[in-house]
Every structure is written in structure tokens, then in C-alpha cells.
Design a protein around this ligand. Structure first.
Ligand code: GTP
Length: 375
């Protein structure tokens, strides 16, 4: 894979354009250090960049590269991952989403896939991981096809911002917006981008029927989005509990085993146990009783596939904290960082977007409440 750093002048003109090829040819096959040091060398040689664009040409899964920026502290000190951009071909998208995954590429670098009988389709994976999507070649499809493509994108990843394009002509801000450096305004921009993505997911969340075991059904390798919102009455009481919850979800994949009472739940009624919502439900309730859980003929918890998370992000409200905490995660790698001060008490809320497969909204929501918001 090539790295292509471009320094952009104030008027948007390119000041430099340099290609660097990694010695063993491919960033995804390189050790993480090699990829990281390649960027560091470029930075040393050329000085500080405003933006670095990494094109994962020929690589189906951007996950391992995205995760690299949260693992290496040296890179994190000078670079931060702003976001993941995908270009979707409107003409071929539906066909690509329906293809069987190629085992040669989709499982590469993702330990989560190794033991899976069925890998996740590459096109699904790229849409699932993206923060921003350029929906290109819109001139070549009918309005009906375009609507179907948009529906598919929304079901897979309702948090991504989608822009329609012909020949990929989009404002440069759409590509570079929110690029982080340590300028406080840029951080504000990055948090604003995250907030808008969360808002987008809350209003555009796809609704699809849960399977008998409560997991979300979706045609696209089973990948879908769950958006969770917990208002100020449900603050995260301790950050270590949040870490424990997210680690059970991302690393151990045992939430369904830890909370079998929520894992077999089928969502049918507004029987919320907390002042919280997700994209299947918008009702509110009180108390923390779980006595009204709906049980249907559901497979034993042990037989359920664990939730497999591709992308996680959000803003967390920790009790009495004057600043937001931001969550960014790709596959099993995640990072929690302090964000901006809360603007006012009305805005205090935890909003999480989880993109992955075999998602169980009830299990996600109730386990979060039990582990993070309950003494
Ligand atoms: N009509 C139309 N043609 C386009 C558009 N975008 C690209 N093309 C044309 O489609 C052809 C193939 O271009 P792309 O699909 O962008 O090719 P590519 O990105 O190299 O393809 P992959 O990286 O292999 O997916 C070229 O002739 C482009 O000029 C578009 O929005 N509308």
C-alpha cells in the first residue's frame, strides 16, 4: 500500500505530493511499527502536515490500519485519526453487498473473523467502518436504485454521513473536515463531527425486525447499527465500569453469557427499564426492574452467536464530570478520551453508536445500565 501525504495550501492547492512505498509493499502486511514509522519519517522530512490521507487501495479492510493510530502512542502524539471515508459506487453497490465474502481479504488482520465460518462481505465491512461516505456515480442509477442503495447503507451504518456525488466531486471539507490536531478549535470540530454522526444515527436509525434470539436481522452479513441514548438520569457512575463493559463487548464477547436474562429478550413492547432509548424503542420508563422482559422461544444463550463489533463511537456522560468523554473504536480496539466541556446540563447524555453483526439492542442497553449506571 502506498501512503500519500499531501500538504494543502490555504487556498486548497497542493504544495507537495510524495509517495512512499513500504519495503514489503503492503501496510496491512507490515508490522504496525513499520507503518507508523513510515508516517513519522515523512513528518520528519516534510515538517508537520495539516492532513494525511491514507488510501487503503486494494485492501478490503481498513480496520487494522485505523486501529493502529490508537495503539501507538508515538503516532498519537502527532497524529490522530479523524475519520474513515468510503467511496460507494451507486451502480454496483447492491450487487457488491450481495456477493459472498472473499475469504482471502475480508478476514485479513481481523482476529474476530478467524474463527468465523462466514466472513463479512468486504463492501459491507467498508460501509460499516466508515464515518463519511461519498455515494458516487449517482448519475448512472435511477432514483429507485439510489433509494435502495441509501436504505442499504442506513441499515448497515446509520451513523455515517452520506454525500451524493458524480465523479466524486465533493467539497474538500467533506473529506478533511474535523481533522484533528491539538488546536482546541480543531478538537471542537472533531467532537462536533462526532455529535453530528450520533444525531444522524438517532434520526436515521434503520428499523429491522429482531431475530428470535433478539439479535438484529439484516441481509448484509447480519451487520446493522444500534444507537443507544441515556439521558442525564442514567449517568456512567465510574469510568472503570465503562471500560469493563466495553471490554466484555469488544474483547471477551461474553455480554450474552454475563447477562443471559437480557440476551434472550425479544423486543416487542415499550418496557424500558431506564430513561434511555435505542433505535428500536423511543419510550421512557422508570425504575430498574426487569420483570417485564418478553421471552419467546429463543435459542439457549450459549448457542447464540456473540455480538461482533466493527465500529463503536460515542459521547459519554460521566456523573459529575464537567467534560464529555469520547469513545472511538474499530473492531476490538477502542479509545476513550476527554472531549469538550458540557455546554449546559440539558445536553448531558450518553450516546453510543455500535455497528456490527448479531447485535442485540436489549442486551446492549440493559447490560450498559446494569454495569455502568447502577450502584
Ligand atoms: N458517469 C460517471 N462515470 C464515472 C463516475 N465516477 C467515475 N466514473 C467513470 O467510471 C470509470 C471507472 O472509474 P472508477 O469506478 O472510479 O474506477 P476506480 O476507482 O479505478 O475503480 P476501483 O478502484 O477498481 O473501484 C471511469 O471511466 C470514470 O471516469 C461518475 O460519478 N459518473
Amino acid at each position: 500500500m502506498m501512503l500519500c501525504p499531501r500538504a494543502v495550501g490555504e487556498n486548497g492547492q497542493l504544495l507537495t505530493d510524495e509517495w512512499m512505498e513500504l519495503r514489503n509493499g503492503c501496510m496491512c502486511c507490515s508490522s504496525k511499527d513499520a507503518g507508523v514509522s513510515a508516517i513519522e519519517k515523512l513528518m520528519e522530512k516534510k515538517g508537520r502536515f495539516d492532513h494525511v490521507l491514507l488510501e487503503t487501495a486494494g485492501l478490503a479492510d481498513p480496520g487494522p490500519i485505523a486501529a493502529m493510530f490508537w495503539i501507538d502512542d508515538d503516532v498519537e502524539s502527532t497524529l490522530a485519526l479523524d475519520g474513515i471515508l468510503a467511496v460507494v459506487d451507486a451502480q454496483r453497490c447492491l450487487q457488491q453487498l450481495a456477493q459472498s465474502p472473499s475469504t482471502s481479504t475480508s478476514a485479513k488482520g481481523s482476529s474476530a473473523d478467524v474463527a468465523r465460518p462466514q466472513a463479512i462481505n468486504e463492501a459491507v465491512r467498508q460501509i460499516a467502518l466508515a464515518d463519511r461516505i461519498i455515494l458516487n456515480k449517482t448519475d448512472l442509477v435511477s432514483p429507485e436504485t439510489l433509494a435502495q442503495v441509501l436504505d442499504a447503507i442506513t441499515i448497515i451504518n446509520s451513523a455515517a454521513t452520506v454525500i451524493h456525488a458524480v465523479r466524486s466531486v465533493v467539497p474538500v471539507d467533506f473529506v478533511l473536515r474535523g481533522t484533528a490536531d491539538f488546536d482546541p478549535d480543531m478538537q471542537a470540530q472533531r467532537v462536533a463531527a462526532l455529535e453530528s454522526s450520533l444525531k444522524h444515527s438517532l434520526t436515521h436509525g434503520g428499523v429491522h425486525a429482531p431475530n428470535a434470539d433478539g439479535t438484529s436481522a439484516s441481509a448484509f452479513s447480519g451487520v446493522s447499527t444500534v444507537t443507544l441514548e441515556f439521558d442525564a438520569s442514567c449517568p456512567v457512575l465510574s469510568l472503570s465500569n465503562f471500560h469493563r463493559w466495553i471490554q466484555l463487548l469488544l474483547w471477551e464477547q461474553t455480554l450474552h453469557v454475563q447477562f443471559p436474562q437480557f440476551a434472550t429478550h425479544v423486543e416487542e413492547h415499550d418496557d424500558q427499564d431506564c430513561e434511555c432509548t435505542d433505535h428500536h424503542h423511543h419510550g421512557h420508563g422508570h425504575g430498574h426492574s426487569h420483570s417485564h422482559e418478553q421471552h419467546r422461544a429463543a435459542p439457549l444463550v450459549e448457542q447464540q452467536p456473540p455480538m461482533e463489533i466493527l465500529r463503536s463511537k460515542g459521547i459519554i456522560y460521566q456523573l459529575d464530570s464537567p467534560v464529555q468523554l469520547t469513545l472511538q473504536g474499530v473492531c476490538e480496539t477502542y479509545d476513550v478520551q476527554p472531549g469538550l466541556p458540557w455546554r449546559d446540563s440539558l445536553t448531558k447524555a450518553t450516546r453510543l453508536v455500535i455497528v456490527g453483526r448479531y447485535l442485540n439492542p436489549t442486551l446492549l442497553r440493559q447490560s450498559f445500565v446494569a454495569m455502568c449506571c447502577t450502584k
